[in-house]
Design a protein around this ligand. Structure first.
Ligand SMILES: Cc1cc2nc3c(=O)[nH]c(=O)nc-3n(C[C@H](O)[C@H](O)[C@H](O)COP(=O)(O)OP(=O)(O)OC[C@H]3O[C@@H](n4cnc5c(N)ncnc54)[C@H](O)[C@@H]3O)c2cc1C
Length: 289
């Protein structure tokens, strides 16, 4: 017997929000995580129990706008669209190029990567070091939340059932002066889920560190970032002393919690994560002068 499902595809965001307020629906953007998550046996269509509401076509969710030095990215911009947009910072484009293959990039969205909240989500370490804020909207109004508060665990986010993630806000990202790096270690350069990923941001003035941030993916239930550890490096002269680097590496060694799974081992993940951090702190590749 053919199973029927209810699906909504409204022309406007407002109508979509109103439906979400009346009924508990499954939001579908590009569907590249949703379809995998609900897959059944081979040859059998995915089983989705809730009504589906499609949002990927909504023009309100597909804008990329510069406001002063901040960048506002519509949650339903696909990776392929972002790669073509001149406003998108190069490090984010570098991360996107490691995601899946072009067909999936044509469907997958930045908002979907955030709301799926995978510990191996490739855009997430960068979005953490950019201090990303998220604009969520419902019929009750808007709220803005830091990405580190929004993501609470694997596939667990702080979203009310009637809310849609509307914009991803990268504060001050269009300001000159910081160096940002992204590293993903997987079985190959793209089209492979990360074993470990790392993002770092550094701003140096007169040989002193003015700002430094780093975050790891795939070595804990969410991205691992510690502002307390970063603070220990503010004001330090570069190149950093070996003792400082060793102290930070040891601090991180205590807070990362890699696991063994089908993609890698905890030991490998820990070793690589700490090596990436050592490499970043030695500033060899990212030296400004
Ligand atoms: C073959 C393949 C390879 C992949 N490779 C990678 C990879 O290398 N790296 C990587 O990080 N990911 C990878 N992914 C995962 C996936 O493509 C990304 O996470 C993508 O960004 C998900 O976006 P989407 O629009 O398809 O999300 P969807 O599947 O539509 O949604 C994902 C989740 O987010 C919710 N959601 C989506 N948008 C919103 C919104 N605006 N507001 C509220 N909730 C929302 C949905 O309800 C769902 O729970 C891969 C997937 C496939 C199928």
């Amino acid at each position: 017997m053919v199973e029927k499902i209810t699906a909504y595809r409204f022309d406007r965001l407002e109508q979509t929000l109103s439906q979400l307020n009346q009924e508990d629906c499954l939001i579908m953007a590009g569907g590249t995580d949703v379809m995998v998550l609900h897959k059944s046996r081979r040859g059998v269509p995915p089983k989705i129990i809730k009504p589906i509401v499609f949002i990927d076509h909504l023009s309100e969710l597909k804008q990329v706008v510069q406001k002063n030095k901040d960048l506002h990215i519509g949650s339903c911009c696909t990776y392929s669209e972002l790669l073509e947009n001149p406003l998108i910072p190069e490090p984010l484009k570098r991360a996107i190029k490691t995601i899946a293959a072009p067909a999936t990039r044509n469907r997958g969205t930045l908002g979907g990567n955030i709301c799926n909240a995978s510990p191996a989500g490739d855009t997430l370490p960068l979005l953490y070091v950019y201090n990303t804020k998220l604009l969520l909207r419902s019929v009750d109004g808007d709220r803005v939340v830091a990405i580190s508060d929004f993501i609470q665990g694997p596939r667990r986010v702080q979203r009310m059932p009637n809310e849609i993630l509307v914009e991803i806000i990268l504060p001050s990202v269009l300001e000159e002066g910081s160096r940002v790096v992204f590293e993903k270690v997987g079985n190959r350069n793209a089209d492979a889920i990360a074993k470990v990923s790392f993002a770092g941001l550094i701003q140096i003035s007169n040989d002193r560190i003015e700002d430094i941030r780093f975050a790891f993916g795939a070595v804990g239930p969410t991205m691992v970032r510690s502002i307390d550890i970063e603070k220990k490096l503010i004001g330090k002269t570069i190149p950093l002393a070996d003792a400082d680097i060793a102290m930070i590496v040891s601090d991180f060694d205590k807070i990362i919690k890699p696991i063994d799974d089908q993609r890698s081992t905890a030991v490998y993940r820990r070793t690589v994560a700490l090596n990436l951090l050592r490499y970043f702190l030695s500033l060899k590749r990212y030296q400004l002068n």
